[in-house]
Design a protein around this ligand. Structure first.
Ligand SMILES: [Zn+2]
Ligand SMILES: [Zn+2]
Length: 272
């Protein structure tokens, strides 16, 4: 059994050129019988000084109609689910809630923090004038704000994604420094009936860890977290299902017995 990949980007995303049919064919070749496409939509994406023309808009009517057409074309032994990855910022949470109400077409919604203080941590300027540790905490604070003030989503994406950036070789990241804020984040997520994802993207981004990493996954489980999806965050077909064998071992080690899939925004719990 291979988990259905619940975090996938195609050419509908501004940072992917991958053909959706190639995504589907590759998923099938890896033994998957279902996937969920989750292309990016970052509402009000700010002008980033290093990449002023970058936008993460999504043509929703076209996206939905294209995916529905493909759904009807493919054979019934493969179940294509329609999702979206919504980038959140404190300034867009109310508008995103209205957006989700007005667009009830999705099986599954990932909410993710990509931008903090109008900066993209992908660029080193995010860390200018502050320590890496402060830059990391600032990211987690925005996630805490989002999960406290927003609930139009199913799982929160790549919770410690900031660790991809601002790595200090002299002071390796210590997960214990942030257990307090992760506890608050998880309590909000769990009490609102939401979940998290296990994102394997960090395994192929020279980080050698999942998002979130093991310490935080264990904490989520300990606090009563049950809703979890698995996604590769692939932007190219070759990364579909990347590291899912490791993800399985990790979930079992952390005490999870089920992973979730979503249809019409409702969770199904599947045995691992
Ligand atoms: Zn993301
Ligand atoms: Zn993504």
């Amino acid at each position: 059994m291979i988990f259905p990949d619940y975090h996938l980007h195609t050419s509908f995303s501004a940072d992917s050129t991958e053909d959706i049919y190639k995504i589907i064919d590759t998923a099938k070749s890896k033994g998957m019988t279902s996937i969920c496409i989750t292309d990016h939509y970052d509402m009000d994406f700010p002008v980033i000084k290093e990449a002023p023309d970058m936008k993460f808009d999504l043509d929703i009517p076209n996206y939905i109609s294209r995916l529905n057409t493909i759904k009807n074309e493919i054979t019934s032994d493969f179940d294509l689910r329609i999702g979206i990855e919504l980038g959140t910022m404190p300034s867009t949470l109310k508008k995103l809630t209205k957006f989700v109400e007005a667009n009830p077409y999705f099986d599954f919604i990932i909410a993710s923090t990509h931008i903090v203080d109008n900066m993209d941590p992908y660029y080193p300027s995010y860390f200018e004038g502050r320590s890496y540790k402060d830059g990391h905490r600032r990211y987690f604070e925005d996630e805490l704000y989002a999960v406290t003030n927003y609930s139009a989503y199913d799982v929160y994406g790549h919770l410690d994604y900031i660790l991809r950036y601002g790595r200090d070789p002299e002071n390796p990241f210590d997960p214990m420094n942030f257990m307090d804020i992760f506890e608050e984040i998880f309590k909000q997520i769990i009490s609102r009936g939401k979940g998290i994802e296990l994102n394997t993207g960090g395994l192929y981004k020279d980080l050698n860890q999942t998002h979130p990493r093991k310490e935080y996954l264990k904490l989520y489980k300990k606090l009563g977290g049950e809703i979890i999806t698995i996604g590769s965050d692939a932007h190219t077909a070759d990364k579909i299902g990347y590291g899912f064998d490791k993800a399985k071992d990790l979930l079992i080690e952390c005490g999870f017995k089920y992973y979730c899939t979503f249809k019409d925004r409702k969770a199904t719990y599947n045995p691992i």
